[in-house]
Design a protein around this ligand. Structure first.
Ligand SMILES: Nc1ncnc2c1ncn2[C@@H]1O[C@H](COP(=O)(O)OP(=O)(O)O)[C@@H](O)[C@H]1O
Ligand SMILES: [Mg+2]
Length: 315
């Protein structure tokens, strides 16, 4: 049985108004990192708010950890961890006090809670600053504290709503690595983002959402197959004039779809960069061309989004 089962979920904030979430259905399997990827205003937060039973659907249903969000909201909330897009931390309390507050909100207390608070502070590398007021924290530290709060009670499923927006690259890296680590330890994750690189790096499966509609769901490979997209090799030569010759010389190699020279770069579409690269390098050597740089671009969700919507995903 899937951990999350969403069926025709719909939300209209105003009767007769725009559908912020429009007839969305998908599943999250136990053990998975599932990402909802879509631009601002696509309906990610609204979907997550309904799945965490904080917002009532206009129609449709979602079953989370076996509980129906419309009929068992308290059970749903108790069975998951939620890290909302808006920070839910008290600026005038210390990190440790924030964790204690939210732990007590779950009806917990005593040495067991205390132990977990210290464990979460250490996990998020906040132990050194545990007694400082949160208002003295950087954006990244506040985010990490928010994450620690969402993890209290070690829920089997954690929902994270755009946890890396507007933070420094180091905290972002930390959060992404931590999501992967937590998942390896058995926690299932429902993640939302408008950054395709994050969805690509993290997810077992991805749902692409736009204007409230889920327009595609699948693994990265399944989604990029929709566009017929393969990997791209970009080579820069020391001898710029040799680009044309190399492009022509590699077109008949196995696993190569297309090659062209552009502004001194040779751009080659391949099935697999790993398999094609040695053959391409051998051809370059045959032609006495030497390579300055090589870039390998993986199949990419940007292209999928463009293909499905006619628009770029980037801001
Ligand atoms: N409380 C609200 N009242 C009315 N409209 C809302 C509310 N929250 C969000 N919306 C609208 O619903 C749509 C989806 O928003 P949201 O779920 O926040 O998208 P995302 O999280 O993908 O950026 C947007 O058009 C947004 O303006
Ligand atoms: Mg949002």
């Amino acid at each position: 049985m899937p951990l999350v089962e969403v069926t025709n979920l719909t939300k209209q904030y105003t009767p007769g108004g725009v559908k912020a979430v429009d007839n969305v259905s998908f599943e999250v399997q136990a053990g998975e990192i599932f990402s909802l990827l879509g631009p601002n205003g696509a309906g990610k937060t609204t979907t997550l708010a309904m799945l965490s039973s904080l917002l009532k659907p206009t129609s449709g249903e979602a079953v989370v950890n076996g509980y129906a969000v419309t009929r068992q909201p308290m059970e749903v909330r108790r069975s998951i961890g939620v890290v909302p897009q808006e920070l839910a931390v008290y600026e005038d309390l210390s990190a440790r006090e924030n964790l204690r507050f939210w732990g007590e909100m779950q009806g917990r207390h005593g040495p067991d809670l205390q132990r977990e608070i210290e464990e979460k502070l250490a996990l998020m590398e906040l132990t050194d600053r545990a007694t400082d007021r949160v208002k003295t924290f950087s954006g990244g530290m506040k985010r990490r504290l928010n994450l620690a709060i969402g993890l209290l009670g070690n829920p089997p499923l954690v929902m994270l709503d755009e946890p890396t927006v507007a933070i420094d690259p180091q905290s972002r890296r930390y959060i992404l690595d931590w999501v992967k680590k937590m998942n390896r330890e058995g926690v299932s994750v429902l993640y939302t983002t408008h950054y395709m690189e994050e969805a690509q790096e993290l997810s077992h499966r991805i749902g692409i959402i736009d204007h409230g509609k889920l327009i595609a769901v699948g693994t990265l490979a399944e989604l990029t197959e929709l566009v017929g997209q393969k990997e791209t090799l970009t080579l820069r030569l020391y001898q710029e004039a040799g680009g044309e010759r190399l492009a022509q010389a590699v077109t008949d190699l196995a696993g190569i779809h297309q090659a062209s020279a552009r502004n001194g770069d040779v751009v080659i579409n391949v099935d697999s960069a790993e398999e094609a690269l040695p053959r391409v390098l051998a051809r370059a050597a045959d032609l006495d061309l030497s390579i300055r740089t090589i870039e390998i671009q993986e199949p990419n969700l940007e292209a999928v989004f463009l293909h499905l919507t006619g628009r770029a995903l980037r801001d």
